[in-house]
Write a protein that binds this ligand. Structure first.
Ligand SMILES: [Mn+2]
Length: 332
């Protein structure tokens, strides 16, 4: 494990950087990438953010100068090959970078994981992974301030604040600490406007999203004696509404909003793919449940993506397994 100072030293002696995050980046991924980008630019480094996926609309406001690029081999392979440092944020399983994986595997450049997820793969020894942190954004703040690598500009502050806010579910998820709140306080002093960020994140919805939420909520079912809530969104609904994956963002939280529910499951059927998200209260390990089906995540939030598999079959299997997890928890 690197220390912040060792990371700063690596940054110091390098000139060309590529910053990458995961498929379907969330606000922690995008915010952390942008905070690093702006800090490196302040230090007169060449840095580029290259992601597999487009930046989701809800978080695009952070990318003020439109600097995030979507990976295209013909444009970016050269840049990645010529980078001194490949900085990978908010993930530590290389397969999660999507189509960029191949070129990174081929390169022999300094590759660093900067993350807070469990079970990192062994692709690189150079890593700062702190699973106690609620958001990578918090780690970026600590890195920048402890090493004084770069001052926290207003844009960096907005990026970090948004990263922390979203990954901590508004400063309420487990792993949110007084330090998390202290950081938020400092960011507000720098000029973050919480009302504006809230408006940007949560009050820009389309009518499609409202309609989809309606269908999703109506589909809610209870299992396991009312302690599991599942939401099921089928492909015909998505096509009827012309909804896409980003319209589903945030729906999982509604499962745990029902009294007594300890496990929330959201199943989404795409044309050739199934996405399932798992949430839990307390110590019911959703990352374990997810790993049984080839996915991963944190204790209270995890998920899977599966291709070419029968939707109802896998849905039933997961629900039954979740009931067993509930039983195990109650026998503890
Ligand atoms: Mn994160």
């Amino acid at each position: 494990m690197l220390t912040f100072q060792q990371l700063a030293n690596i940054f110091e002696k390098s000139q060309n950087f590529v910053i990458i995050s995961h498929i379907n980046p969330d606000a922690d991924a995008i915010g952390s990438e942008l905070a690093f980008l702006k800090a490196l630019q302040f230090r007169k480094k060449n840095a580029k953010i290259i992601n597999h996926s487009e930046t989701p609309d809800f978080v695009a406001f952070l990318d003020e100068q439109n600097e995030i690029e979507v990976y295209r081999p013909e444009v970016h392979d050269k840049i990645i090959e010529n980078a001194d440092v490949i900085l990978i944020v908010d993930l530590s399983n290389l397969s999660r970078v999507g189509s960029v994986e191949e070129i990174i595997r081929k390169s022999n450049k300094t590759t660093i994981y900067f993350d807070h997820h469990q079970n990192p793969d062994d692709f690189t020894d150079l890593q700062i992974i702190n699973t106690e942190k609620v958001a990578v954004g918090e780690m970026v703040f600590d890195f920048l301030t402890e090493t004084q690598f770069a001052p926290i500009s207003k844009q960096i502050a907005n990026a970090i604040y948004t990263a922390i806010l979203t990954d901590s579910g508004y400063f309420r998820y487990e792993r949110t600490t007084s330090h998390t709140y202290n950081i938020a306080g400092i960011l507000l002093e720098i000029g973050v406007n919480p009302k504006w960020i809230f408006e940007m994140l949560y009050e820009q919805n389309s009518l499609i999203r409202s309609h989809l939420l309606g269908f999703a909520l109506i589909s809610s079912e209870l299992h396991g004696g009312g302690k599991i809530c599942s939401i099921t969104i089928r492909n015909d609904i998505l096509s009827k509404l012309n909804a896409n994956e980003s319209d589903i963002e945030g729906i999982t939280s509604y499962t745990l909003s029902i009294k007594n529910v300890r496990i929330g499951l959201v199943f989404v059927e795409y044309e050739n793919e199934i996405k399932a998200s798992f949430r839990s209260r307390g110590t019911i390990p959703m990352n374990k449940l997810a790993s049984e089906f080839g996915g991963g995540g944190h204790i209270n939030a995890a998920g899977i993506r599966l291709e070419n598999i029968n939707f109802d079959e896998i849905r039933n299997k997961i629900i039954n397994r979740a009931i067993e997890y509930l039983d195990m928890e109650e026998k503890k």
